[in-house]
Design a protein around this ligand. Structure first.
Ligand code: IMP
Length: 197
């Protein structure tokens, strides 16, 4: 079966906007899952890749279409790489999550952190699974700054910059983010495969 579309298996429109343009070279229409279903897959995996696979498989079984899922998080070196896979669950809103991170970091001199994103793409019936990962290094700011992006972006200063992603905005984020790197790796991998020829 020849597929023309891939569902981005997420209800997070911010993530969809971030990956859509990067995947254009694949020649597939990239559909936003949140416009199609409301599907909550429990993230019971031990790491990002396992959670991404669970989401891609769940969405693909329901839709019968190729599905791409992302699982991602923030990791802080001086806090033992916390919150990691729990990044979405340490408090109930982005604002509270940022406050919790800043209060745990209040006496930390080492503010090094990274965003990690794992992608899993499944083509149903072809028994094929594609996995990529992207990492974006940075530091945690002293206070939230800027309103662009989502999640921890107002407290994340990417390496080589002196402002947060909340201040730098989506155009800059697209050039360096963990999600952009994972998306480009997927394009490289698929472009050299027979799957899209
Ligand atoms: P997921 O939806 O299970 O992948 O959860 C990822 C969580 O990690 C999000 O809810 C955010 O809290 C955080 N996160 C991952 N990527 C980003 C990003 O690009 N910006 C800000 N926060 C992010």
């Amino acid at each position: 079966m020849v597929f023309k579309s891939i569902i981005f298996a997420s209800g997070n429109r911010n993530k969809y906007i971030e990956i859509r343009d990067h995947l254009k070279p694949l020649g597939f229409e990239i559909l936003f899952g949140g416009d199609m279903f409301c599907l909550e897959i429990e993230e019971t995996g031990m790491d990002y890749s396992e959670n991404a696979m669970l989401k891609a498989r769940g969405w693909s079984e329901i839709s019968g279409l190729p599905c791409l899922a992302d699982d991602s998080g923030l990791e802080i070196r001086s806090l033992g790489w916390w919150p990691g896979v729990f990044s979405a669950r340490i408090a109930s809103t982005d604002r509270e999550r940022n406050q919790m991170v800043l209060s745990r970091m209040s006496d930390q001199a080492d503010r090094v952190c990274r965003y990690v994103a794992s992608f899993a793409l499944i083509f149903p019936g072809k028994h094929s699974l594609w996995l990529t990962q992207g990492i974006c290094w940075g530091t945690i700011s002293r206070q939230p700054m800027g309103k662009a992006g989502f999640g921890y972006d107002p407290i994340f200063i990417p390496k080589g910059h002196d402002r947060t992603l909340g201040q730098l905005g989506l155009e800059v984020k697209a050039t360096l983010s963990h999600r952009s790197i994972a998306a480009s790796a997927l394009v490289d991998m698929l472009s050299s495969s027979s799957m899209i020829k």
